[in-house]
Design a binder for this molecule. Structure first.
Ligand SMILES: [Fe+2]
Ligand SMILES: [Fe+2]
Length: 215
């Protein structure tokens, strides 16, 4: 398949997944939450994600042979720790200890799975395209909902702005590099894996936030 057509099929897969969340938004989106106590839990979980994202992007650097992608990943590492700083400040403003948090099982699995990917197109498809695509979809929703308090939306406004400035770089990387049936097959499977694990992470987070289930 032409690589641009292929990249469009992956984008459609991600946007279908996003729409499937609309009926019952996860705690991750902050929208169903009514107490700061629960918002703090979600933000702590998402702060862990920023730290882990930087680790994953940094860990991929040496084995990323495409210099243009390597540079993008290097900038992304720094950006994730800037995001972490925004969330730390917001949590501290509510009297919470930012890193008083233990990762949920599916959250660990999701990042460990990203870390294990070896090919540039599958990495970019799984994490920046599918993973961060879903995250940013829900950030946009929370910013527009009008019911999420400003101590939560303020840091995400800045995070959302960073994501917007990148344009659609995962799509362009796939157009450039997902040029063989083998690469396309691996990228498609990596997206499916990413979405499956994200759904499980959202479910784990819901159980912890709403039912207090910890592991
Ligand atoms: Fe990011
Ligand atoms: Fe981030």
């Amino acid at each position: 398949m032409d690589s641009r057509e292929f990249a469009k099929t992956l984008e459609k897969q991600v946007s279908d997944f996003c729409k499937s969340l609309d009926g019952k938004l996860p705690a991750y989106s902050y929208i169903p939450l009514t107490l700061d106590e629960t918002r703090i839990k979600v933000m702590q979980s998402r702060l862990f994600n920023e730290i882990r994202a930087g680790e994953i992007f940094g860990g991929w650097l040496k084995s990323t042979l495409e210099l243009d992608v390597k540079k993008i990943l290097a900038a992304a590492v720094h950006e994730e720790y800037v995001h972490a700083g925004f969330l730390e400040t917001a949590l501290q403003s509510r009297g919470a200890i930012p890193y008083d948090y233990k990762p949920l099982p599916a959250q660990m699995a999701m990042f460990n799975a990203f870390e294990g990917l070896t090919d540039t197109v599958e990495r970019i498809a799984a994490f920046p395209m599918a993973g961060e695509g879903v995250a940013d979809y829900l950030i946009a929703k929370s910013l527009n909902s009008g019911t999420v308090p400003s101590w939560v939306t303020e840091p995400y406004q800045r995070i959302h702005q960073d994501e917007a400035e990148h344009g659609n770089y995962p799509f362009e990387i796939l157009v450039k590099y997902a040029t063989t049936p083998e690469k396309q097959e691996r990228a498609a499977r990596a997206v499916a894996m990413s979405l499956l694990l994200r759904k499980q992470y959202f479910d784990d987070l819901d159980r912890w936030v709403f039912e207090g289930k910890s592991y």
